[in-house]
Design a protein. Structure first.
Length: 75
């Protein structure tokens, strides 16, 4: 299931992950924080990277400018 719907809105899991990524985290840290299985986090993070909302550097995931804008609009 895509984490970004055709209308541009995010699925609840993607919303939760981008809120966590206000500060950089590894996939494992996201799993621990949200209590989700690693395979679900990895697949959602991969889709968020493809959507240019999240970037990965040295195993750490963080928000891009577009991802940070999404978090601001959710608050």
């Amino acid at each position: 299931m895509p984490c970004v719907k055709p209308d541009g809105t995010l699925e609840p899991m993607a919303q939760a992950i981008i809120r966590v990524l206000r500060t950089p985290h590894t996939a494992e840290e996201i799993c621990d924080y949200l209590r989700l299985p690693l395979y679900r986090v990895r697949s959602t993070v991969r889709e968020l990277v493809e959507a240019s909302l999240v970037a990965e550097t040295d195993g750490q995931f963080s928000l891009t400018g577009a991802g940070a804008e999404r978090v601001r609009h959710q608050a």
